[in-house]
Design a binder for this molecule. Sequence first.
Ligand SMILES: Nc1nc2c(ncn2[C@@H]2O[C@H](COP(=O)(O)OP(=O)(O)OP(=O)(O)O)[C@@H](O)[C@H]2O)c(=O)[nH]1
Length: 488
Amino acid sequence: MIDSPFSKLRDVQEPESAEQQLGWFRGLVICVVWVCLWRISFVLEYAPFTSIWYPPAGLSFAVILLYGWRGTLPIIVASYITAFWIDGMYALDTELLALFVNSTSSTLAHVFSYGVGALFLRQFIRMHVIRTLPAIILGFLALGFITSLLASFFGVQVQISAGTLSIFNLYNDWLLRWIGDMVGVFVLTPLFLALLVWKTPMYSAWLRRLRISTQPAPVYRYAMKLTINLTLLLCLIVLSWWFENPDVAFGVFFLVIPQMWIAYTENALRAVLSLTIFCIAIALGVALFSLDESAIIFQFAISVIAVTVYFGLAVPLMLSQSQNLQYQTQNDHLTGVANRSYFLDSAEEEFERSYRNQFPVSLLAFDICHFRAINNNYGHVVGDDVLVNVSKYLRSELRQSDIIGRLSSNSFMLLMPALTHDSAQRFAEHMMLKLSYMSIDRLKEPLEIKYAVIEITQNETVDSAVSRVSELLQQKKIRERGYSANTR
Ligand SMILES: Nc1nc2c(ncn2[C@@H]2O[C@H](COP(=O)(O)OP(=O)(O)OP(=O)(O)O)[C@@H](O)[C@H]2O)c(=O)[nH]1
């Protein structure tokens, strides 16, 4: 049988953690908050039944995304309450039966639309169909877009059939609602999700999984950026009101710049919070200055800015991921110095450069002797400490152009461009003496370090230079009296 995506959906049997279980109290809080958000959005109404954004949409999406179908229960209750309330608010005096039918249809319209989008996204994430942050952002935006479109479409149909909206305003109302719902979903879903799992193991698991930094910059800097952002917004709102020209509001699109500034320099939560504050400020501004004609421009601007900010959040993350990956492939995981392959590649480039520019290059190879004995006598932790301290000390003493690499367990090499054999030899003597007597916790005896130095010859290959210096080191080890491997 061919595996369809839907059969896969059924197979997902991830055990639900305690945070994902929706208890009575949590459900009640969600319901109350939903109703409050709904009421607030009506305070900021700029056309009948329409405000700049619809915050309950963001809460519905977040709750269903987190708790699955169980999350629909508090939303259904809240939706019923508001459907009854709106009748009183607009003094519609609808008959009880008709009111019940209207409430049921508007609740179904809302819950079905947000349920479809959020449940699909939930399953895609759980099935690991989408796993990286950019993919999750894309999935969230696409489903948020579709889901708010559905919600506004069904919502308008329900209101037309209930007689509370005129069919003549169908397209206008539907568009305004769609954008308003979409703004609510785009801006608030991440924030509500973060609040719902705040201080639970799931929160840190998400941050880890999405590789979102938890080390924010100082609060005063964030406050300063927010203040600049809001001041610019206030200026724009005042200008729109002053000139009585809706086109002035297009300037709000420029405010993507301070928002991106925040997204690039602050952590994800602060960026989302700033987006929320920005949205609230716009909704307040439009309502207080009666900028009804510019409302749709502001709505579009918020959606575009939100989308840009989310993708903006993924950029530094992708950059740091690729830097991490690059670091892991080039460096030794214990000591942080170059690993064998990166050292050899860098040596290749350096050799080329030296032939071209006619400068000498010296190569130093050294071994920490009796390393097996150190491990056996003091334990691997002390052995690791030796390797780490030796590398750390060398790195602090080297020039920018020098390259140090760990070629095997206790063998290192140092590439020193623009250094003749004699200078390199003097440097090595001095350095190796210091390394021998460096103090390492719990290690009671000095390190024994053997080294050899060569200067590369014209057109010598890296392989040949490396074997030449290694051979020299081996000969030196054998020659020098008092040294015999593994005799301690
Ligand atoms: N602590 C620690 N030990 C390691 C690491 N990598 C390899 N080793 C151990 O280092 C030891 C290296 O042994 P040998 O190559 O015989 O080195 P040695 O005892 O110094 O002998 P010579 O080089 O001939 O003087 C082995 O016991 C490895 O298990 C590491 O990252 N940390």
